[in-house]
Design a binder for this molecule. Sequence first.
Ligand code: ASP
Length: 298
Amino acid sequence: MATLLIHGGAGRIREDRRAAYEAGLAAALDAGFAALEAGGDATDAVTAAVRRMEDDPHAFNAGTGSAPTSAGTVECDAAVMRSDGAAGAVACVAHVRNPVTLARRILEESNHVLLVGPGAEAWEPAPVANETLLTDAARADLERWRARGGDPEASATCGAVALDDAGRLAAATSTGGVLGQHPGRVGDAPIPGAGTWADERVAVSCTGKGEAFLTTAAGRALACDLAADVPPDDAVRARLAAVRAAGGEGGLIALQRDGTVVHGFDTPQMAFAWRRDGPDGREEACAVGQDGAVVVRP
Ligand code: ASP
């Protein structure tokens, strides 16, 4: 039952950017599912989908178009994790067009799980200038944030979870972090067990205020609840409540080994899409969700 579920971030998605998000989600879903149809595995699918979102300059806070730091620079985090427990991640990379691809390289070619900054960038075969990742829209967002003041803002991180025909699961998450973050800040996305998780039963990718997802170990905690047979909707609500109690908000997507699709959020919007080829044919959905509902599709 080949399945791919992606998200383009939980937060506040401006109405004038909705069309760009929907187009970007559809393109990423096609790219990831094409990898599965070409015989690729779940890791190929999540990497291809997230890479497409990183390359989209009109939507998504990842790769090109990432939310800048308070210093006006781009610093990205990403992780890839497989159901066999292998993980690779990078954080604070400033010269990498596709952090998810670099995270996968760390998984497959290094003896480490997480590399940061220049040490991670040493593994990048084609470094780019930091300015090439900074779009005019992201610069304008930073100016608006500076004028308004306040805390750094979570926005439009992207992620994917996939199940291939062999029953393998994978998860990937990529982000520019939060708008106006202190340089050097690392969120939940590259931390296995926080913003990204995969095991034999479930793959998870989170989005929202990273500090709260980190301190509640959201991805791993969700997996533990599901392993204890907590119903998926209750398990998601419990994670979102824990995140909220820790001072955050956000959303997550999860895909179970039996193909059950789960997504939920408690922010004003969350962008998500999924496609599943099952015994009853193809099912799919693509939306900028408004209602904050927790959805379970067995
Ligand atoms: N979770 C990401 C971070 O804290 C931000 C987001 O999802 O918008 O870095």
